[in-house]
Design a protein around this ligand. Sequence first.
Ligand code: C5P
Length: 399
Amino acid sequence: MAELKGRRLVLGVTGGIAAYKAAELARLLVKDGAEVHAVLSKSGAQFVTPVTFQALTGNPAWSDQWDARMPSNMAHIDLSRGADAIVVAPASADFLAKLAHGLADDLLSTLCLARVCPLIVAPAMNRQMWEHPATQRNKSQLLQDGVTILGPAEGEQACGETGLGRMLEAVQIHDALAGFFQPRVLAGRRVLLTAGPTFEALDAVRGLTNLSSGKMGFALARAARDAGAQVTLVSGPAAQPTPDGVMRIDVTSALAMHAAVMQRAAACDVFIGVAAVADYRPVEPVQEKIKKEDKPLQITLAPNPDILAEVAALPKPPFCVGFAAESHDLEKYAEGKRQKKKLALVVGNLVQDGFGGETNSVILFDDQGRHPLGPAPKIDIARGIVAHIGAMLAGNGGE
Ligand code: C5P
């Protein structure tokens, strides 16, 4: 990963037991290429120490406004200059109140008030504190002031209660931050995708499937979400976590995927068929387990509907994108598929480059010709595809 490469982030840590997760967040951000400068509030430093963040970020960590090590006597201003964002995780109820009222009585709150960069907060507190009208008022005020609020999540709390107020996990905050810096090229668009393999039942326990991992489709769902789209993902059996904010519909067979897509296709602006849909299904799946016999077994297969071709043939079709995974003659087959299925764009890749792995290397085929992308991690390829779709929709040809 290097999604945050070159980003300079101020990581604010305020008082709450979730402060221990901020250490993991600092590690993830640094691992992903960000330059991180930690600033702890006085109570934040009661839960974790600046030394922890110093070790994890490789940079001095700050807490005391009057720290004599400060590089200048304007540290409260300098630290946030040149920062791409200030991220406060966890943000306590008290800190949200301070931000909402413009208080600046310590280093972190002063930095937030004096900033010229975006402010992102991940609240963490007891559920009653979160639900309190005062906190809700502060939350509304912060949203009105342009602050981005991540979470909180619902679940078990350190106090033993269950409810809304848990800080998001470090990976979720990292994911949101990586998305935060992406251009909103699909703002307001509704994107429908298919991903993963399908499973065509043969009997009660067996079936026909393929080795698609779903990684490319899930990465595209994430990239489309980060580009500002409202995303629905119809997924075959794939062991991938659902990206936050993406509506996921799980299906098993090609027929179920077809039904789920056709129900929603007319209401989307962009349809991306990433799923490796089985071309055939057993005509009549046997309800019980087929018993072994000492003679050849014949299974008759019926062709599955071509979901993508059907969506592209709708009276008012969305912008349709297909994938072509080929083992040879990629250019010929991919462009052929684009013409035959009447698609605006086809993403071609050689199966040996992408199937199941973390990276991919693709060629985009459109009316203008061919545009190679990668080799790169699948999320980078996904962001490249989304940028190309955004540019085509905006009418400037994807260049
Ligand atoms: O023709 P082929 O299966 O190679 O085309 C691949 C593209 O078509 C992919 O985008 C895939 O998601 C889509 N497809 C589909 N329904 C099928 C077969 C393929 O949507 N039954």
